[in-house]
Design a protein around this ligand. Sequence first.
Ligand code: GDP
Ligand code: GDP
Length: 464
Amino acid sequence: MNSTTSQVLPKVALVGRPNVGKSRLFNRICGGRDAIVHDKPGVTRDVMARDVDGRFTLLDTGGIGLPEKDAPSKIVQAVEEQVFVAVESSDLILLVVDGREGVVPLDEEIAARLRKNARCPVHIVANKCDNERVSDSVHEFNRLGFGEAIPVSAEHRVGIGQLFKTIHSNIPEIRFVTEEAQEDRRIKITFVGKPNVGKSSITNRLLSSQRLIVSDVPGTTRDSIALDLNYPFPENRMGKFRLVDTAGLRPNSKVDSSVEYFSNLRTRRAIEESDVVFLLLDAMTGVTRQDKALAGEVLEAGRSLVLVVNKWDLAMEAFKKGGIEGFKNAKDFQRNYREAAEKELFFLPKSPFLFISAKTGFEVSSILGTGERIDHLQRMTLPTGRLNRTVHDLIDARPPKRMHGKPFKVFYVVQTGYRPFRFRLYCNRPEKFEDTYRRYLEAGIIESFDLEGSPIRFDLVGKE
Ligand code: GDP
Ligand code: GDP
């Protein structure tokens, strides 16, 4: 079997409030002008990334989301996003603080977030320790909860050697990811949903994950309509996806959204090309007619469907501020939302629901894993014996309505395809197979084999 091996360098992220000297330090660690600028497509413009000594990739998240003018509330939000990106992507986080100023409230805020969310080591780097007097005062930073701060001066090249030692002793080995050529298939995914539900925001949020390696699909130039995404899952396994139809998602190229016919056609084509479709719903508005139509279209096309409830931050915020009338808490609201949506979209094939926020990044990382799981499910071959027992049990439990004449009877079932699942039912009276009954059997098979999200086609063959 052909296979190629690629290296994944550990990632080290610099985080910290503005003006503590992150960019200065970044350049100092990279050794100045000679460093190779990582112009990897997909590494967001806002994140600087460079390989250092072929041993690790250094990220400066300081550029994410910063407002043009000083707006304190915006700065807090920007820092929040930076921390999110660092937490999602890094093997080591360096929290940079200003050694001269000591601990300020925003440092405490960042440290609190890191203590809560970081899954990798965090070290404090006290910059601007230009002289010994300042270096001696860095014990103050111990109270941020990450041990002794490392005093450095990016400006005067002080303490950089010690910093390198800390980095080297805290990063994991270089990982080698093996990709089997035989498994070169990419899972094609697409996001659909009404305007303003957050399609571009989610795409951008996904693309800002540093673990993700993004490349334009050859042949789709400029107004790119597909992107290849490689995502290393924890157990050294490379998840390979293709994001279909991104042209309409990019903020600066919202193509032809006014021409409804064109965009409908485009959506339909994207759905047909996909393996798994993510339908975005708005947490605060519930299911609309348009959502229902889109869900119907996805299932009619025979595609697996995942429901993504976006803007969940708004619901959580509302509960923080005193609640939403009629609901005990966010969990209660979530359960109700799901139940109401499932009632409205009664034809769903047990689709998973993800509650996420493109704005804060909450649960966004679950999207690709779910896509992979659902794609795997929809390609299964079900054992014929168990399939037959399941269908017969379902029919026994709830026989179809008896009109005049003989009752509906199924003799034998075989699977004839997948993606979507196709089952051929040999039965006595195919014309008796009503839509509600079809749905009953579909739901029963899905339940029994745990086939979340995949629609089922029945093909009835009559014989006496
Ligand atoms: P960032 O916003 O965290 O990326 O900070 P910058 O790298 O842009 O630095 C902010 C300011 O601090 C600039 O004026 C730098 O020249 C200054 N600065 C950075 N490192 C040092 C240092 O080690 N000592 C002193 N005295 N100033 C520094
Ligand atoms: P699209 O038309 O579906 O691509 O939607 P956009 O991604 O352009 O988002 C529409 C609006 O909703 C923008 O103002 C976003 O900032 C906002 N938005 C998107 N996702 C979220 C979210 O998770 N929470 C909140 N509060 N706003 C969001």
